[in-house]
Structure formats: structure tokens, C-alpha cells
Design a protein around this ligand. Structure first.
Ligand SMILES: *[C@@H]1O[C@H](CO)[C@@H](O)[C@H](O)[C@H]1NC(C)=O
Ligand SMILES: *[C@@H]1O[C@H](CO)[C@@H](O)[C@H](O)[C@H]1NC(C)=O
Ligand SMILES: *[C@@H]1O[C@H](CO)[C@@H](O)[C@H](O)[C@H]1NC(C)=O
Ligand SMILES: *[C@@H]1O[C@H](CO)[C@@H](O)[C@H](O)[C@H]1NC(C)=O
Ligand SMILES: *[C@@H]1O[C@H](CO)[C@@H](O)[C@H](O)[C@H]1NC(C)=O
Ligand SMILES: *[C@@H]1O[C@H](CO)[C@@H](O)[C@H](O)[C@H]1NC(C)=O
Ligand SMILES: *[C@@H]1O[C@H](CO)[C@@H](O)[C@H](O)[C@H]1NC(C)=O
Ligand SMILES: *[C@@H]1O[C@H](CO)[C@@H](O)[C@H](O)[C@H]1NC(C)=O
Ligand SMILES: *[C@@H]1O[C@H](CO)[C@@H](O)[C@H](O)[C@H]1NC(C)=O
Ligand SMILES: *[C@@H]1O[C@H](CO)[C@@H](O)[C@H](O)[C@H]1NC(C)=O
Length: 690
């Protein structure tokens, strides 16, 4: 099976003595990873066993490049001023991690470098970064196949093909489409459909005309979808590299190239899609093989490893005390104490694990208190320091609807946080998928009211405003009486400053992120309210704010609930697992309130004080609701824009976690960071100057 596709590569070099006309042609019908293939592969790009070039996988914010290794001569007249004609055809496939939510895209690229160091992922497509974008000295030409609409860059849609010159703001772009053979009617084409698509890019230097053609078949249609007049002579240098670049953002797609042909001064050979490799199968059998062969090696290495670990352990097992830590109150635990409490951080004591680290159950030796110990591994010293300096503050927050932080411990790269133990785990495990225990409406309503009052305390009732930043079902813990308690307040802050000081990150979870947060990167009390709105809806509906398993029109909870509300069938969204046993007035109130909190305009959301008053029945909710798609007074087009800006440019990972462990609140499972910077260079620039 793997042997079948033999890359047929033809390289023809004609060097005509007098005029140094160089003609290069190559054809890859699949790529062979073993034979010398004349490709330069970097970033996360790789060639799979069966000959598919994979530019990116579904990891967030990565870049992959593949270039033809040798530079190609693009200027061949005697003065070296005129660019030659060129032509290329390639077959590609884009497979998003979650249907319809993919990112970002890839580009056929002609560049002065075959490495593209310093290029950024997300909307920069691995081609440029925020400092060199638009600079004429880039000498970059690319044709992008982009599945995210970025407004900074003036993208026309989240499914377009664009011509990029030294910039990612396309000079010309069209929605992806194709003409089927012998037909002059354009058909839409969904780039991230996962099927093999063939693209042709032809540049005719005598007419300064660049054409882009797409098709779902092996034959080239007679009509191209994009024809652009441009003289590439000032753009391209004499020698350039050709290849592909792809990137993922917070949401990710796998970008594949199945075959590629290229020709200078002539028409590139079209690819026969049937003879190309197809997507790699899940690598099951391969794993067993690796396990078997590496077993003996493992034995051999084990001894050395044990030795090394011992040395590391000796080194690391020292509490790190820094001067600033000494100034903080009395909540500091010794590492030894916590180690004993958790019985050496035994797996048996593990309550959960995720983005922020592992959480262990512990029994404090002195007091016999049961606690949850969250072990955060954090490389960035600075963020940690800022956070620890706030622990004293956070430790003083006390409310029956907050999970109490009891103390902390700092040891080399680890931060250990000690919390009250919550015997009933986190709320998410009671509302998503098939919960073991279905909460009754009374329980849900009580939890909602509790969380609202905890959040009100953070926002308004303590001596200073505390923004939670990561409200979600996984961060609501249930005590022994099934009261809702907010956990992890302030922790998200730790992650807002990334390792790279020039990036500001927004930490949050997809589906709970207020739209403005993605623009400004500044969490506010009203971005907390937005997340609380999503929480209200999911508790009432018994599903995630973004449910990949749902029908497309039900994907995003706010839209779905709003649609039902407009249809006058709002109660249809109430969790069917309740079997109709709920207080209709309360359910109606929770849903309406959820919609109000989910307002796209932050100033239109109610304050937590008002939310609590509604929930306590002190104030009656307004009868009518304004349409959630009226964004800043603009009509529905504008809200689409926001949606696209919001969803696909935002993080991927967590909202579809398969396993909901004991407490994702303790473990921070599903936390995502967004580089607000990369979405808005100007904003973060401002931040940094402060
Ligand atoms: C790579 O290029 C060289 C010439 O530069 C050529 O001889 C060789 O055949 C090429 N590799 C493959 C796999 O065709
Ligand atoms: C480019 O080529 C055209 C003919 O193909 C010629 O007329 C023109 O002078 C050339 N330009 C330069 C700058 O060499
Ligand atoms: C941007 O990219 C260029 C080269 O492509 C690199 O020299 C520069 O350091 C990068 N800038 C940043 C801020 O990464
Ligand atoms: C463009 O890049 C060059 C070389 O990297 C640099 O000297 C120049 O300042 C840049 N121009 C702008 C407008 O950033
Ligand atoms: C289009 O390309 C030219 C270079 O040929 C460049 O000067 C111009 O800024 C580009 N326009 C847009 C809208 O990107
Ligand atoms: C591209 O497609 C979007 C919808 O996907 C549509 O709103 C937009 O009008 C289209 N643009 C063009 C130029 O056809
Ligand atoms: C580009 O498209 C135009 C119009 O569709 C056509 O006349 C021309 O021959 C095409 N050129 C190439 C190089 O494909
Ligand atoms: C919640 O915890 C209490 C005390 O541990 C226990 O009795 C009760 O059964 C738990 N409830 C649920 C729904 O798990
Ligand atoms: C937000 O609320 C205001 C006032 O109630 C309303 O006019 C607007 O349509 C709402 N917008 C959204 C996006 O919910
Ligand atoms: C604005 O409201 C619309 C309609 O509910 C929704 O689809 C969209 O996601 C919201 N915009 C943002 C940026 O959240």
C-alpha cells in the first residue's frame, strides 16, 4: 500500500549558453519520505508514510513549510529584469479538527527564503509577522487558501482564495469556487471540506496576467476563478524558492498536499487525482510496531534514566523562596507538607489534570483537613511572580460561593495551590453528555443563584474588583450540599502574559469569550457576565456552549436559544433530561437572562448586581428581548462578521474534551490562550508600551 505511489519527479535543466534561459520542471505524484525528494521541510510539516505532505496537524498556532530545496531562477533575460512565466498545479486537502471550525489556511508561496524564520502562525499563515507585513523588502508572492475571515486583513470571507504581495492583505481575492468542466457556471467550493481539490496558478509574464483555477477533478476547467493583472518583476528576485506554507490558529486544521507539479516557461502538468495518495489512516498498527522494537532499547535506557532522574530530583526538591514571597501573608506551605498530604503526588490521589496542571486530593497532616492541591507547571517566571504576589489578595476573598484558597507553595518551576476540597466535583460533569446524576431543576437553579452571588461578590462586594476571567461549567464546583462555588478566580491571569513578552494573551474558553475580549484582550466585569450568560444557557439546556455534535444551526448555544425564542418555542431548549419537570417561569427567566448576558455589546449586558436581583425575583425581567444579532446598530451582516471574527480566530482545544475528569476547575482543563497580539498588532503594541 505504501509502495504503490512512487514519486515521479522530472527535473529538466536546459541551460542555453548564450541567453541563460533556465527551464525547470518537476512533478510529484505523491511524496516519498525516504528517497531524496529535493524538498526542504520545516515547522510541523512532515511527509507521511504513504506519501502525503502534511503542512500542519491540528495543533493550535503552528506553522509548517515545504519548499523545493533549490532556488529557482525567475529572471532569465539578459538584464535579469523580467520575470519569466511560470505555472503550477497542486492537489490539496484541508481537514479541520471540528467540522466547519477550522483554521487558518495555507498558501502557495514564492519567497526569498526556504525557511521563513520569524514568520508567525494564525492569520500570518507562516509567511510574515506583524513587523514585516506589508514591507516591500519581503519580496514575497503568495496565493492564499484561507479558511478564516480576518478583518484586520480585509478578508472577504472565511473561505477564500487571495493573491498576496509582500502582505497578507490580499491584492485580489474571491470566494473559493470552481467551474466544472465545459460549464461556465460557477459553483461554490468549501475549502475545508476535507476532499481533494486541485489548484492551478499560472503567470503569463508577457501579459502580466496571473490566473488561479480550482477544480474538484483531474481536468483543468477552462475558466479560472481569479485573473489578476500584475507585473511581478519588482516583487520577485532573480532566484526564489517555491513551496507551501500553512498555519493554524486557536482553531486548527490539518493541511495536506497530495501532489505538486511546477514548470517555468510553460504549462505545469495537471495532476491525476486518482493516482495520488490519500489521507493517512489512523496510525494504530504502527504504534504496536514501535512499542515492540523499542522495548529492548527502553530496558537499556532505563538504568541511565533512573540515575538521571535521581540527580534531577536531588536538584529540584528544594523549595524556591524568593524575596518577594516572604512579604506575603501566612499561607505558605512547605513542599514536604504537601507532598505528604498527597502521599507523594500519587496517581491514586489524582483528581484531574489539564492545561493548568494536575490536581491531587490531599489530607493536611496537621489539621486533618481534606484539600485539593493543584500543581501548576509554569515556565514563565514573570507571570508566576505576578500571580504569587496576588495570592495574598486572593487568599483573603471569602464567600460561600467561592472555592477557598487555603495556601500555596512554590518550588522551582512548580506552583502548588491548596484549595478546599469539593466532594461533588465540577458542574460540567452533571450537565454534558451522559451525566451519571441528572440535576433537578431546583438544584440547577440553586447552583446558578450561588454562582451569581459569588461573582457579584468578586465584582462589587469586595474591597476591590476581581475579574474571574474564566467562568465556565468546569470552574463551578459543587460542595457537599450541592452549592455552586466558583473556583480558579484570578488564575487565568497567570497565563495572560506568555513566555514571549511582546504577546498579550487572553485566557478563556471558547464559547465563553466575550467578542470584545478578542479585540481588546482586556477582561472586564462585563466579559465575565458574558461567560456567565453562556453558563446560564448551558445549565438550562444541558449542553456545551459550542456543541460540535449538535446540528449546524444548533452549534452555538446563544444562536440556537435565540432562534427558539424568536420562534416562540423557547422552552424547547430546556434540557430534555429533566423530563419536563421544571418551573417554567424560572426556566424562562434563566434563558432570557442568559440571552441578555450574551449581548454582543458589552455595555448592554446587565451587571451582576442586576442579574442577582433578577434571579432573586426582586426585579422582573423585561417582556421583550432585542435581537442578539443587532450588533452596534448594524444589521445581520455585521453580526456574521463578528461571529466569524470570533469563533474561528479563537482557540481550539478544550471545548470538546472527551473525558470530563473529576474536576476540570481544579485542573484548568480546556483553557485556551489567545494571542490577542497576533489578532491585533496595534492593540498589543499599545499594551506593551505601557
Ligand atoms: C533532486 O535534484 C537533483 C538535481 O538537482 C536530481 O538529480 C535528483 O534526481 C532530484 N531528486 C529526485 C528524487 O528526483
Ligand atoms: C522585458 O521583456 C520585454 C519583452 O518580453 C521587453 O520588451 C522589455 O524591454 C523587457 N524589460 C526589461 C526591463 O528588460
Ligand atoms: C519577522 O520576520 C523577519 C523575517 O521574516 C525576522 O527577521 C524578524 O525578526 C521577525 N520579527 C519578529 C518580531 O518576529
Ligand atoms: C522594511 O524592511 C527593511 C529591511 O528589513 C527595513 O529596513 C525597513 O525599515 C522596513 N520598512 C518598514 C516600513 O517597516
Ligand atoms: C497590491 O500590490 C501592489 C504591488 O504590486 C502593492 O503596492 C499594493 O499595496 C497591493 N495592494 C493591496 C490592496 O494590497
Ligand atoms: C463570499 O461568501 C460570503 C458568504 O460565505 C458572502 O457573504 C460574500 O458576499 C461572498 N463574497 C463575494 C465577493 O462573493
Ligand atoms: C488567464 O485567464 C484569461 C482569462 O480567463 C485567459 O485569457 C488567459 O489565457 C489565462 N492565462 C493563463 C496563463 O492561464
Ligand atoms: C454530594 O456530596 C455529598 C457529600 O459528600 C453526598 O452525600 C451526595 O450524594 C453528593 N451528591 C451527588 C449528586 O453526588
Ligand atoms: C443588546 O442589547 C441591546 C439593548 O437591549 C439591544 O438593542 C441589542 O440588540 C442587543 N444586542 C445583542 C447583540 O444582543
Ligand atoms: C452576535 O450575535 C449573533 C447573533 O446571536 C451571534 O451569532 C454572534 O456570535 C454574536 N457575535 C459575537 C462576536 O459573538
Amino acid at each position: 500500500m505504501t509502495k504503490k505511489i512512487k514519486p515521479t519527479l522530472v527535473l529538466v535543466l536546459f541551460v542555453l549558453l548564450s541567453r541563460t534561459v533556465v527551464s525547470v520542471e518537476f512533478v510529484y505524484n505523491g511524496f516519498n519520505e525516504v528517497e531524496p525528494n529535493n524538498l526542504s521541510v520545516n515547522g510541523v510539516a512532515q511527509i507521511s508514510k504513504n506519501g502525503v505532505l502534511q503542512l500542519t496537524d491540528e495543533t493550535s498556532r503552528v506553522v509548517g513549510h515545504v519548499f523545493y530545496k533549490n532556488p529557482i531562477r525567475f529572471k532569465n533575460d539578459q538584464f535579469g529584469n523580467n520575470v519569466s512565466s511560470f505555472s503550477t498545479a497542486f492537489a490539496f486537502g484541508i481537514v479541520p479538527e471540528y467540522a466547519k471550525l477550522g483554521g487558518h489556511g495555507f498558501a502557495f508561496t514564492i519567497s526569498t527564503s526556504n525557511e521563513m524564520k520569524g514568520a508567525r502562525p494564525s492569520q500570518y499563515l507562516g509567511l510574515l509577522n506583524n513587523s514585516d507585513v506589508g514591507n516591500f523588502s519581503n519580496h514575497l508572492f503568495a496565493v492564499e487558501f484561507d479558511t478564516v475571515q480576518d478583518f484586520e486583513l480585509g478578508d472577504i470571507s472565511d473561505n477564500h482564495v487571495g493573491i498576496d504581495i509582500n502582505n497578507l492583505e490580499s491584492n485580489a481575492s474571491v470566494n473559493a469556487s470552481y467551474f466544472s468542466e465545459g460549464s461556465s457556471t460557477k459553483q461554490n467550493l468549501f475549502l475545508q471540506c476535507g476532499k481533494t481539490i486541485q489548484a492551478w496558478i499560472d503567470y503569463d509574464s508577457s501579459r502580466n496576467l496571473l490566473n488561479v483555477t480550482l477544480s474538484m477533478s483531474s481536468r483543468k476547467p477552462s475558466y479560472s476563478i481569479l485573473s489578476y493583472h500584475v507585473d511581478l518583476s519588482p516583487i520577485l528576485e532573480e532566484f526564489m524558492y517555491v513551496g507551501f506554507s500553512a498555519s493554524t490558529g486557536l482553531l486548527a486544521s490539518s493541511h495536506y498536499i497530495f501532489g505538486w507539479s511546477f514548470k517555468m516557461n510553460g504549462m505545469a502538468q495537471s495532476l491525476d487525482l486518482d493516482s495520488l495518495p490519500s489521507l493517512p489512516k489512523p496510525k494504530k498498527d504502527q504504534t504496536t510496531l514501535i512499542v515492540a522494537t523499542s522495548l529492548s532499547a527502553v530496558m537499556f535506557l532505563a538504568f541511565g534514566l533512573i540515575l538521571a532522574l535521581y540527580v534531577i530530583w536531588k536538584f529540584k526538591n528544594i523549595d524556591v523562596i524568593e524575596p518577594w514571597e516572604l512579604e506575603i501573608g501566612p499561607h505558605r506551605f512547605s513542599y514536604k507538607e504537601l507532598k505528604k498530604a498527597t502521599r507523594g503526588f500519587r496517581d491514586e490521589e489524582l483528581l484531574g489534570f489539564g492545561g493548568f496542571g494536575r490536581v491531587y486530593k490531599g489530607l493536611l497532616p496537621k489539621t486533618n483537613n481534606v484539600v485539593a492541591v493543584k500543581r501548576i507547571n509554569h515556565e514563565a517566571k514573570q507571570g508566576l511572580q505576578e500571580f504569587v504576589s496576588e495570592i495574598a489578595t486572593i487568599g483573603r476573598l471569602r464567600h460561600r460561593n467561592l472555592v477557598q484558597l487555603i495556601g500555596w507553595c512554590r518550588r522551582s518551576g512548580d506552583l502548588l495551590l491548596v484549595y478546599d476540597f469539593m466532594p461533588n466535583g465540577s458542574l460540567d460533569k452533571y450537565i454534558y453528555d451522559e451525566p451519571r446524576v441528572v440535576l433537578t431543576w431546583e438544584q440547577r437553579f440553586k447552583i446558578i443563584k450561588g454562582v451569581a452571588s459569588g461573582l457579584l461578590y468578586l465584582h462589587e462586594e469586595w474591597e476591590q474588583t476581581v475579574i474571574h476571567r474564566d467562568i465556565k461549567a468546569g470552574n463551578v464546583l459543587l460542595d457537599s450540599e450541592m452549592n455552586g462555588r466558583l473556583g480558579d478566580f484570578g488564575l487565568a491571569k497567570l497565563y495572560e502574559r506568555g513566555a514571549n513578552p511582546s504577546t498579550t494573551r487572553v485566557v478563556g474558553t471558547l464559547g465563553y469569550l466575550a467578542p470584545e475580549l478578542t479585540k481588546t484582550g482586556k477582561p472586564t466585569t462585563s466579559s465575565d457576565v458574558f461567560a456567565f450568560g453562556a453558563l446560564l444557557l448551558e445549565v438550562a439546556c444541558g449542553r456545551r456552549p459550542i456543541e460540535a455534535k449538535a446540528l449546524p444551526e444548533e452549534l452555538i448555544i446563544v444562536d440556537w436559544v435565540w432562534d427558539k425564542w424568536s420562534e416562540g418555542a423557547i422552552l424547547e431548549v430546556v434540557d430534555p433530561r429533566l423530563n419536563g419537570e421544571y418551573d417554567e417561569m424560572e426556566a424562562l427567566m434563566v434563558l432570557k437572562l442568559g440571552l441578555m448576558c450574551s449581548n454582543n455589546t458589552s455595555s448592554k449586558r446587565p451587571s451582576m448586581r442586576l442579574v442577582v436581583r433578577y434571579l432573586e425575583g426582586e426585579v422582573v425581567l423585561p417582556e421583550t428581548l432585542s435581537a442578539p444579532d443587532e450588533y452596534d446598530g448594524k444589521k445581520s451582516g455585521a453580526s456574521d462578521m463578528e461571529l466569524e471574527d470570533f469563533v474561528p480566530s479563537y482557540p481550539s482545544s478544550s471545548y470538546l474534551e472527551k473525558v470530563s475528569t473529576w474536576s476540570s476547575a481544579y485542573d484548568g482543563e480546556g483553557d485556551i490562550d489567545i494571542e490577542a497580539n497576533s489578532a491585533r498588532p496595534t492593540d498589543s503594541g499599545r499594551e506593551d508600551n505601557r
